[in-house]
Design a protein around this ligand. Structure first.
Ligand SMILES: C[S@@+](CC[C@H](N)C(=O)[O-])C[C@H]1O[C@@H](n2cnc3c(N)ncnc32)[C@H](O)[C@@H]1O
Length: 242
C-alpha cells in the first residue's frame, strides 16, 4: 500500500486538525438531522448487502467516522473491513466505531484515488459514501475502471452520492440544492450554513442517475441499479456488479 501512512503519526498540522474538526462538527449536525438522507440511504445499502450470496469483504472509501457504514454492516457475514480516508481524525473515530465488527480490519490514511491505483487486493464490496462526487466527470470516468479492478468476481460497487436531474447543469443542481438547504437545514447556525454552501459549491460534481448508469457501464460494471433516491432528487444510492 504505497499511498498509505500510519494513522497515529504525531506532529499533525494543528490548523488542519482544527479546520477538520470545525467541518466535522457541522457534518455531525448534518448527520444528526438527516439532511443528506443517511438513514434511508444506509437502510437501502443494508438491504443490498443482505442479497450477497456469501460472506463478504468490504472496502470503505472516504469512510469518515464510519458510523453509518458500520451500522449497515452490523450482523452481516463480514470477513474483512478496510477504511480509507484522508483524515487521521476520521480514521481514529472509524477505528472506534468498527470495534463491534468481528472481522479482520484495516485503517488507511490516504487519498483513495491514489490508494486504489496502488492497490492489488480485491474486495467483494467496494463502497464510496459521499466523496466520489468531489471528482469531476472526466476524473470519475478514468477512476471507475480502477475501482472495477478491485471488485472481486461476483462482487459489487456501491456508491451513495449527490445527484442532479436529467438535463440539469451542475450550476442548476447546486442552486436547487442550496434552495433546499437554506430552507430546511435550520439546525445549522448562519456561519455553518455558509461553510456548508462554500464546501458544496467548491467541491461537488453531482451526476444524473442516467450519467452514473452510463459511467458504470462504460467502466465494465454490469446491471447498474438505483438503490435509493431522496424526495428532492438530490441524493441517490447505486449498485453495480462485475
Ligand atoms: C462527507 S464525508 C462521508 C463519510 C461517510 N462515508 C458517510 O457516508 O457519511 C467524506 C469523507 O471522505 C473523506 N474524503 C474525501 N475525499 C477523499 C479522498 N480523495 N481520499 C480519501 N478520503 C477522502 C473525507 O475526509 C471525509 O471523511
Amino acid at each position: 500500500m504505497a499511498a498509505s501512512q500510519p494513522i497515529d503519526e504525531p506532529g499533525q498540522d494543528a490548523a488542519q486538525v482544527k479546520a477538520f474538526f470545525d467541518q466535522w462538527a457541522i457534518y455531525r449536525k448534518v448527520l444528526e438531522f438527516d439532511y443528506l438522507h443517511h438513514r434511508a440511504a444506509y437502510a437501502a445499502i443494508g438491504r443490498a448487502l443482505e442479497e450477497l450470496p456469501h460472506p463478504f469483504s468490504f472496502l470503505d472509501l472516504g469512510a469518515g467516522d464510519a458510523e453509518c457504514t458500520v451500522g449497515a454492516l452490523a450482523g452481516k457475514p463480514l470477513t474483512r473491513y478496510e477504511a480509507v480516508d484522508l483524515s487521521a481524525v476520521a480514521l481514529r473515530l472509524a477505528r472506534k466505531r468498527a470495534e463491534m465488527l468481528p472481522c479482520v480490519k484495516n485503517f488507511v490514511q490516504a487519498d483513495f484515488v491514489e490508494h486504489v491505483r496502488a492497490s492489488r487486493e480485491t474486495f467483494d464490496v467496494v463502497f464510496i459514501g459521499l466523496s466520489f462526487h468531489h471528482l469531476p466527470q472526466a476524473h470519475k470516468r478514468s477512476f471507475l475502471p480502477e475501482l472495477r479492478r478491485l471488485v472481486a468476481p461476483g462482487g459489487r460497487l456501491i456508491v451513495y452520492e449527490p445527484i442532479r436531474r436529467a438535463g440539469e447543469s451542475r450550476e442548476e443542481a447546486l442552486a436547487r440544492w442550496w434552495e433546499v438547504a437554506r430552507a430546511t437545514w435550520t439546525a445549522l447556525a448562519p456561519d455553518e450554513l455558509e461553510k456548508a454552501r462554500d464546501h458544496v459549491f467548491g467541491n461537488d460534481y453531482p451526476e444524473s442517475v442516467d450519467a452514473y448508469a452510463g459511467l458504470f457501464s462504460e467502466a465494465g460494471f454490469a446491471r447498474p441499479r438505483v438503490l435509493f433516491t431522496d424526495p428532492d432528487a438530490l441524493y441517490a444510492g447505486f449498485e453495480a456488479g462485475v
